[in-house]
Design a binder for this molecule. Structure first.
Ligand code: NDP
Length: 297
């Protein structure tokens, strides 16, 4: 079998187009422009690239982008004061504090200071609790993107065996809750899981979020399974060059799977698209308007 490639780039472009259309309608019909505030503390190069890209894509869909770049030595109290200001600002519907924060800050305290209704990353403990209890939450962007791709690929997910490899608060756990919400039978695997290959072999849906290049090989995959590779790993490509690979060994897995996301060009582009979708959702909720269809969990 040769797997169908799930084109995350095209999928993300479609989501951004749908968001842009609904932003235009909000502006024309209600005079409302959704606004996303992104806060970056320090000089982490990867974070700077992400923040720049988020700002550009926010403007491209017609939203307001508010960027706050603070020096590394900013105190937690000053950051909390900025978060409080953004919480109170009616032009700001979504707030994202770029992680990781400098070591002298307590990330949990900062994230939990964000108004849960504006927590477009879905990391606030209230949103975690809402998701965990099957209530309306702001859902973390990467797992939301995975869910959207799975629904588009497979339709009804009900009754499917899903294995999520990784139990982080950012990807693994919320992914498992979302799959459970869609009535999959869900297993969460992690570094202490025994005989991981056999656990993965029973899955109709595999979501790999580990951070280990090519760990999941084709002989772990049930024929016809749908494989979502969240991993982003930079490896040595020789001659002083590097390249990005996922947690799944693409060549062998794509011989067996029914469908698979590539790295790059799979889950990655979906994360920012879902951030914009979440900002639109937050804006609609804040204004008592119907939520955008097909852009939430
Ligand atoms: P974390 O490091 O927070 O979590 C990794 C998880 O993998 C842990 O639960 C860990 O288990 C588990 N794990 C580690 N080694 C093994 C192993 N040998 N067998 C089974 N499980 C193992 O990572 P994240 O969840 O933040 O990210 C995972 C990957 O996804 C990374 O490559 C990251 O770059 C990528 N990512 C991609 C995004 C995107 O936009 N596409 C967004 C976010 C992340 P334990 O808990 O027992 O330690």
């Amino acid at each position: 079998m040769t797997a169908e490639i799930i084109d995350g780039k095209a999928f993300a472009a479609d989501i951004r187009a749908r968001v842009a259309e609904q932003v235009a309608q909000l502006k024309a019909g209600h005079g409302i422009t959704p606004g996303l505030a992104v806060v970056l503390v320090g000089e982490d190069p990867a974070s700077q690239v992400y923040v720049k890209s988020k700002g550009r894509k926010t403007v491209e869909v017609g939203m307001e982008s508010f960027e706050h770049r603070l020096p590394e030595e900013t105190t937690e109290a000053d950051l909390l004061a900025l978060v409080a200001k953004l919480n109170a600002d009616p032009a700001v519907h979504g707030i994202l504090v770029q992680l990781p924060l400098p070591k002298h800050m307590n990330s949990d305290a900062v994230i939990n200071a964000i108004d849960p209704a504006k927590d477009v990353d879905g990391f606030h403990v209230s949103n975690v609790g809402l998701l965990g209890t099957g209530q309306k939450a702001m859902v973390p962007c990467t797992p939301l993107g995975c869910l959207m791709m799975l629904r588009a690929q497979l339709g009804d997910l009900s009754g499917k065996e899903a294995v999520v490899i990784g139990r982080s608060n950012i990807v693994g756990k919320p992914m498992a809750h979302l799959l459970l919400g869609d009535s999959c039978t869900v297993s969460i695997a992690h570094s202490r899981t025994r005989d991981l290959a056999n656990v993965v072999r029973r899955a109709d849906i595999v979501v790999a979020a580990v951070g280990r290049p090519g760990m999941v090989t084709g002989d772990w995959i049930k024929p016809g399974a749908t494989v979502i590779d969240v991993g982003i790993n930079r490896i040595d490509a020789g001659e002083g060059k590097t390249r990005l690979v996922g947690d799944v060994e693409f060549d062998s897995a794509s011989e067996v799977a029914g469908a698979i996301t590539p790295v790059p060009g799979g889950v990655g582009p979906m994360t920012i698209a879902c951030l914009l979708a979440n900002t639109l959702t937050a804006c609609c909720r804040a204004n008592g308007l119907p939520e955008p269809e097909g852009l939430t969990a």
